[in-house]
Design a protein around this ligand. Structure first.
Ligand SMILES: [Ca+2]
Ligand SMILES: [Ca+2]
Length: 299
């Protein structure tokens, strides 16, 4: 037998690296007192595979909150952090009870649903925009940076800007083709279109994708055939690559929004782009576009 020591981490958010361990506590349903539920550790060397890669190991301890004399954990469900989300099913972080698949997200600096999404757009009511959108609470948009827990100011959404009262001069929209029947339309994905950055005509901007609604995933590049990423620098316009997974209900008009953050010498602005369903039933391929479809963006 090979015995090697590991050092105990005290920060519950610290990653468990090789040679470190972390204990996991739960609070007792009886008296709310913490009790030790288990241990996670990363061996210095895996004795069974000395030449191979070690991996994290976890030990589930007996539930002494129910029976202080318990010595057997075999009847326990593998739910180390006692959040009622077993590790095998739907707990993306079984060492911290606030984190699990489908957990409510708020702009608090903690990725509690483990989706790795840094920027989260959320609706708000702008104070200085006259929009005709049906719900004033979504006439504006603000972007949460969930790594810092900070929110941008509330600015008009694309739905607001593209409504007649919003002043369509500032409205950017991209029209996506679709395939499928009228009852189950699927947006052509990925779709690529050239977006003119009006605010960057005089001075080149650094551009970053900071979010999207209704399941869109957006990337940007400087050529129609890519490559596409989250950020490009020193540009006057970009090619927007939009990807969309789920089927859409039969609809026309707005099918979501994509948000770009533009930074130039004159400051930082949020640029909303309205995504719209086109009337076309075919995806128009881009030459050498690796299966991408062309979408039309205006202006
Ligand atoms: Ca759990
Ligand atoms: Ca969060």
């Amino acid at each position: 037998m090979v015995v090697t020591g590991v050092s105990l981490l005290t920060d519950p958010a610290a990653p468990i690296e090789r040679g470190t361990a972390r204990t996991v506590s739960c609070s007792s349903s009886r008296d709310q007192e913490p009790w030790r539920s288990g241990v996670a550790w990363f061996p210095v060397v895996d004795p069974a595979r000395p030449e191979g890669r070690a991996h994290q190991l976890r030990l589930l301890l007996p539930d002494v909150s129910v029976d202080p004399a318990a010595t057997d954990a075999s009847a326990r469900e593998a739910d180390l952090d006692c959040d009622q989300h077993p590790a095998a099913n739907n707990d993306c972080d079984d060492l911290r009870s606030a984190y699990y698949n489908g957990a409510a997200e708020s702009c608090d600096g903690f990725d509690t649903n483990c989706d790795s999404q840094r920027f989260i757009p959320q609706g708000c009511t702008p104070t200085n925009a006259a929009c005709n959108v049906s719900n004033p609470a979504t006439a504006g948009v603000q972007i949460c940076d969930d790594t810092a827990g900070t929110l941008t100011a509330c600015t008009p959404s694309a739905a607001c800007l593209c409504s007649s009262a919003g002043g369509s001069a500032y409205c950017t929209k991209c029209t996506v083709d679709f395939t499928g029947s009228a009852a189950t339309k699927a947006a052509c994905s990925p779709s690529v279109g050239k977006v003119t950055l009006t605010a960057c005509e005089a001075t080149a901007c650094d551009v970053e994708v900071v979010g999207a609604t209704t399941g869109w995933r957006a990337f940007i590049g400087t050529a129609e055939t890519g490559p596409f990423t989250n950020r490009v620098v020193g540009v006057h316009n970009v090619y927007l690559e939009a990807k969309f997974g789920p089927m859409l209900a039969p609809t026309t008009g707005s099918i979501g929004e994509i948000y770009l953050r533009l930074t130039s010498a004159s400051g930082t602005t949020l640029m909303p782009i309205q995504m719209e369903m086109g009337a076309d039933g075919q995806c128009a391929p881009i030459p050498n576009g690796m299966g991408t479809s062309r979408m039309t963006c205006s202006p």
